[in-house]
Design a protein around this ligand. Structure first.
Ligand code: NAD
Length: 354
């Protein structure tokens, strides 16, 4: 317990649970930040961490981010997250997923899980054999739910367009230069949507072949992963892992806007004001990347409470993301606070901690 209290990212989390299953080799952490608005909802990340302390930090920050994200998206859900600590080889077995499902189930619905980095829809199906507190399951036809990646991408696409309108005064994306870091489920989806509008794309991934294949498909340029942050562009869109916006990263940026889907982009709270001082417009990550959680939450509420299951309801709610961003940017301009500070205050009020 002491370790959590001295951990700077501990923020009165309601629960932090270490799960250890010797038979399957599973080691996982589940964190519930707030259940003020409903069950803690947020995905499971499967990742190899250099140090266990990195996993603790990640799950604390990610679960708080989910409290804020769900509140700002107007969902009746609190914030939770899980990380499965992978071995260096990233070995994932059915037994491990089953043990993880039992751990989720033991929380009796206080935590509802879904996909995050390293976890597929098929993994969710495996986890769902052990617990019903799961979303992001395959769906048929025009129903809410399934893989959240495309919905997250849709929200980011709308958010980037809103930022371009706000900062650059442009209503179209023709020739607007977007540099994307990460070309996976989210980054790839954002790139494809932007390409349809004629945006100029620079693409980077630590999997260089993946970035190159997407560049070939969309007539963009692939650059090495370590070069993308210093690319001169209109929009830098981080869609890989978090904490890329630290002092060094911000100093390298040569863009007018940062708007992307990665969670926890700001390494520390002071980096939001630093971006603002550089005159770079920031779209707070948990506001712009809420598309996926909107979809999987509606899927979950449809299955468990008979809520609306229709994909059009998902689209309608995702289309509200630009309005929220606009409100944040206006309050930021009026108050002198940076956009992330404005968003944090709004979210804290919504979860009863303001
Ligand atoms: P993904 O695993 O499909 O893709 C991530 C990509 O980033 C991979 O291609 C990987 O090779 C690449 N990558 C990793 N480190 C990199 C680096 N340093 N530089 C360049 N590329 C790098 O994951 P995803 O689902 O696309 O998620 C991407 C980010 O968006 C994550 O931070 C995730 O937490 C966040 N997010 C995802 C969703 C969702 O619906 N999938 C929702 C909200 C937020």
């Amino acid at each position: 317990m002491t370790a959590f209290w001295i951990e700077p990212d501990f923020d009165d989390h309601e629960l932090v649970q270490l799960v250890s299953d010797r038979d399957s080799g599973l080691t996982a952490l589940i964190a519930l930040h707030s259940t003020h608005l409903g069950p803690g909802a947020g995905g499971t990340r499967f990742w190899h961490y250099a140090e266990p302390a990195d996993a603790v930090r990640d799950v604390l920050r990610l679960s708080r981010g989910m409290s804020y994200k769900n509140a700002m998206a107007g969902l009746p859900m609190g914030g939770g997250k899980a990380v499965i600590l992978a071995d260096p080889a990233g070995q994932k077995t059915p037994q491990m997923l089953a043990a993880f499902g039992r751990a989720v189930n033991s929380l009796g619905g206080r935590y509802v899980t879904a996909e995050d980095v390293g976890i597929t829809e098929a993994d969710m199906v495996a986890i769902a054999r052990e617990t019903r507190f799961v979303s992001g399951l395959p769906v048929e036809g025009d129903a809410a739910g399934g893989d959240p990646g495309p919905f997250t991408a849709m929200g980011i696409y709308h958010g980037i367009k809103a930022a371009v309108r706000h900062k650059l005064g442009r209503d179209d994306m023709q020739g607007v230069h977007v540099a994307l870091q990460g070309t996976g489920s989210v980054g790839g989806g954002v790139a494809r949507l932007l390409a349809r509008d004629g945006a100029r794309l620079t693409l980077a991934d630590i999997d260089a072949a993946r970035a190159q294949a997407l560049a070939d498909e969309l007539d963009g340029d692939a650059v090495p992963a370590d070069a993308v942050m210093s690319t001169a562009c209109d929009v830098f869109s981080p869609n890989a892992l978090g904490a890329v916006l630290d002092e060094e990263g911000i100093a390298r940026l040569d863009c007018a806007i940062v708007a992307g889907g990665a969670n926890n982009q700001l390494a520390r709270p002071e980096h939001g004001p630093l971006l603002a001082e550089r005159g770079i417009l920031y779209a707070p990550d948990y506001v712009i990347n809420a598309g996926g959680i909107i979809s999987v939450t509606l899927e979950y509420l449809c299955r468990t409470e008979g809520g609306p299951c229709d994909i059009n309801e998902v689209r309608r709610r995702i289309a509200l993301i630009p309005e929220r961003l606009q409100q944040i940017w206006e309050e930021s301009a009026a108050s002198g606070l940076s956009p992330d500070q404005v968003a944090d205050r709004m979210a804290q009020r919504l979860i009863g901690r303001g």
